[in-house]
Design a protein around this ligand. Structure first.
Ligand code: AP5
Ligand code: MG
Length: 215
């Protein structure tokens, strides 16, 4: 299964991608996670990307396409993959089509998660992530252990640098200007499935699973 998860910041792309990894045994390819790893490593690319990420702007298409192109060529993507947070611009979508064609592959489905703006802000301000294993939580909707540690590995939870309200609002504006037009792009390709992302995490998962059964 070759899937793109589309949706604004906080829509639940990472949360749903993690469940699809288990369901289909295919990798999650999150450009946000890969860029954050580069920032942490202080690689030249990470140092450059950090400035855009901290302001809520997009990292350049060239950089992100380069990362994804390399990742899609790895063996574990042979049976499929879940793209989380990529593509985010039309040039990225065009580049993805080109890269996949070169690998003799094409997308099966683009799932677009629909969530209201105020719910997004609440989700992002309450989000915490395990510093050790990367598992995501929400203080209210998907809480960690009672002592605040990770349920999977006992690690400490951290808050993302870009999960502050001003940056969140900027990320949303960037989404509406640069990424939302991809809904039309993939509708024209006959790939877009809109999913109501306002329900509980498991109910969104069930809707996605029903949509993918029809592929
Ligand atoms: P990225 O890491 O992709 O961030 P994003 O798109 O802003 O999305 P988020 O990760 O914030 O949200 P999500 O949809 O994954 O939600 P989650 O599942 O965590 O990108 C970060 C930055 O990197 C960008 O701003 C940009 O600078 C750069 N970048 C990345 N990709 C790029 C690209 N392709 N091109 C250029 N630049 C790029 O859920 C959020 C919270 O809600 C969690 O706490 C979760 O527990 C909770 N939750 C989830 N679902 C539900 C539910 N149904 N009900 C209640 N709570 C829920
Ligand atoms: Mg995410």
């Amino acid at each position: 299964m070759k899937i793109v998860l589309l949706g604004p910041p906080g829509a639940g792309k990472g949360t749903q991608a993690a469940m699809l990894v288990t369901a289909f045994n295919i990798p999650q390819i999150s450009t946000g996670d890969m860029l954050r790893a580069a920032v942490q490593d202080q690689s030249p690319m990470g140092i450059k990307a950090k400035e855009s990420m901290d302001s809520g702007a997009l990292v350049s298409d060239d950089v992100v396409v380069g990362i994804v192109r390399e990742r899609l060529q790895q063996d574990d993507c042979e049976r499929g993959f879940i793209l989380d947070g990529f593509p985010r611009t039309q040039p990225q979508a065009d580049a993805l089509k080109h890269v996949l064609a070169g690998l003799d592959k094409e997308l099966d489905s683009v799932i677009s998660l629909q969530v209201e703006t105020e719910a997004l802000v609440e989700r992002l301000t309450g989000r915490r992530t395990c510093a050790d294993c990367g598992k995501g939580y929400h203080l209210r909707y998907d809480p960690p252990a009672s002592d605040g540690s990770c349920l999977s590995c006992g690690g400490q939870l951290i808050q993302r640098d870009d999960d502050v309200e001003e940056t969140i609002r900027n990320r949303m504006q960037v989404y509406h200007q640069q990424t939302a037009p991809l809904e039309d792009y993939y509708t024209k390709e006959g790939l877009l499935v809109s999913v109501d992302g306002m329900g509980e995490i498991n109910s969104v998962r069930d809707q996605i699973s029903t949509a993918l059964q029809a592929v």
